[in-house]
Design a protein around this ligand. Structure first.
Ligand code: UD1
Ligand code: MG
Length: 459
């Protein structure tokens, strides 16, 4: 690649009318990441001197949602792609080159862009495609010598031109030295009354500057999203590519068509993922981890040989090695489970730690709790951590046995090797090594008569 400074302009001012959404088009997500964030990330891999993002519709929200440091450029009125690039002109360097990308072409990859940059150093590069159905796209017009001479937009094209299947993807590389002059020369006397960036191709040829087309390796790389159908198509393509990469790297996906990754997945060897699993954010799975069907796992680290049984939901938490979680477990943010922990069905854990070998196997809620090692939480136990205003801690030592159906009214501390009786409401600290229980004595009323309705009595 050449050494001249590279500027990148990403066009993202359009409304996206056909998305029928309150959300600006470029903020719709593919693989859990907004289309614009994807394009910016790809742009960054090219080490440009600067990245300008042209925004208009929904600009406040776009700026708020994108956390990357880019040069924002506001295009008050969307007068066309040429006008959009012109708006960014004051931010571009005098020399070097500008790569134009679209915020709604999310799967463009750095390999293709590097190839495009390599087609020319000082002239014009243009990413093209050949489509069976080119409707809606700008058509590539070639001269008698087979050189690219111009681009004609669909709405301005003659019937003969419309039959051309070679199309403009919209992705260009342009010499900065020529840009001010070409952008100034653009006219809006066309079918859409817009300043078309595509007209710079004909202007380049007039100036004797070569136009170097590069056919895109696969259509989806340059495919734009104008509606939810196209969004869903690209989502499937991305998911299939990700699944193939994971399979190639040795993960077992029971069905690659029924796995969704919306973020990144790091994994060890012999990881097995059953059907309908969704991984979001950053997920790390150690060697031998098994994820059962229908689990959702978000921003979570899971240690080696741990099994997550079906229908479990894990978010922003950590699970040690050789643990058994689920089915139907819910681990909420800041749940930290040690090695060999068992968490069973309908157990919810939030902002709590469970030490090595501790168990909560049935129908419990543990919030703001610290549980030591090898302790057992009986079925149906709940930490009453919230007094309506503040959250309080429940501290449980090592080798504690909490009986079934306990209410642990925080703040409260249960000492090492303590036992609590079933059905207790524990509001005061429990000493170690002792049985504590808060149960009314069971009595039977010998003379009690069950009340009955009058009509039943008579019959
Ligand atoms: C454009 C190309 C067409 C190409 C097609 C590929 C032009 C004139 N036409 O057509 O040759 O085949 O893309 O998808 O360039 N935008 C702005 N400001 C504006 C206008 C557009 O930021 O004033 C942004 C849009 O948000 C979008 C991109 O530029 O991200 C393309 O604009 P769009 O209106 O979709 O152009 P097309 O008609 O699809
Ligand atoms: Mg478009």
């Amino acid at each position: 690649m050449s050494e001249s400074p590279l500027n990148i302009v990403i066009l993202a001012a359009g409304k996206g009318t056909r998305m029928y959404s309150q959300l600006p088009k470029v903020l719709h997500e593919i693989g859990g990441i907004s289309m614009l964030a994807r394009v910016i990330h790809t742009a960054q891999t090219l080490n440009p001197e600067r990245i300008c993002v042209v925004i208009g519709h929904g600009k406040e929200l776009v700026r708020k949602r994108i956390h990357t440091d880019v040069q924002w450029v506001e295009q008050a009125e969307q007068l066309g792609t040429g006008h959009a690039v012109k708006t960014a002109l004051p931010h571009l360097s005098a020399q070097g080159r500008t790569l134009v990308l679209y915020g709604d072409v999310p799967l463009i990859d750095s390999g293709t862009l590097r190839q495009l940059l390599d087609t020319t150093d000082k002239e014009v590069g243009l990413l093209t495609d050949v489509l069976d159905n080119p409707t809606g796209y700008g058509r590539i017009i070639r001269d008698d010598g087979g050189e690219v001479a111009a681009i004609i937009e669909e709405k301005d094209a003659s019937a003969t031109q419309k039959a051309i299947k070679e199309t403009n993807t919209g992705i260009f590389v342009l010499p900065n030295a020529k840009l001010p002059q070409w952008l100034d020369a653009l006219q809006s006397n066309n079918a859409q009354g817009e300043y078309y960036l595509t007209d710079v191709i004909a202007l380049a040829r007039q100036d004797g500057i070569g136009v170097h087309p590069l056919p895109v390796r696969a259509s989806h790389l340059a495919a734009g999203v104008n509606n939810k159908v196209q969004l869903a198509e690209l989502e499937r393509i991305l998911q299939q590519e990700q699944a193939q990469a994971l399979l190639t790297a040795g993960i077992t996906l029971r069905d690659p068509m029924r796995f969704d990754l919306r973020g990144t997945l790091q994994h060890g060897q012999d990881v097995i993922i059953d059907v309908n699993v969704v991984c979001e954010g950053n997920v790390i799975l150690g060697d031998g981890v098994q994820i059962g069907a229908n689990c959702v796992i978000k921003n979570t680290v899971i240690g080696a040989e741990t099994h997550i049984a079906p229908f479990s939901h894990l978010e922003n938490c950590q699970v040690g090695s050789h643990a058994r979680i689920g089915p139907y477990a819910r681990l909420r943010p800041n749940a930290k489970l040690g090695d060999e922990v068992h968490v069973g069905n309908f157990v919810e854990i939030k902002n709590s730690t469970l030490g090595r070998g501790s168990k909560a196997n049935h129908l419990s809620y543990l919030g703001d709790a610290q549980v030591g090692e090898r302790s057992n939480i009986g079925a149906g136990t709940i930490t009453c951590n919230y007094d309506g205003v503040n959250k309080h801690q429940t501290i449980i030592g090592n080798e504690v046995r909490i009986g079934s159906g306990n209410m642990l009214i925080a703040p409260v501390t249960i000492g090492d090797r303590a036992t609590t009786g079933a059905g207790s409401a524990i509001g005061k600290d429990c000493p170690p090594n002792k049985l504590t229980l808060t149960r009314a004595r069971q009595t039977t009323l010998e003379n009690w008569v069950r009340p009955e309705k009058e009509d039943k009595k008579s019959s």
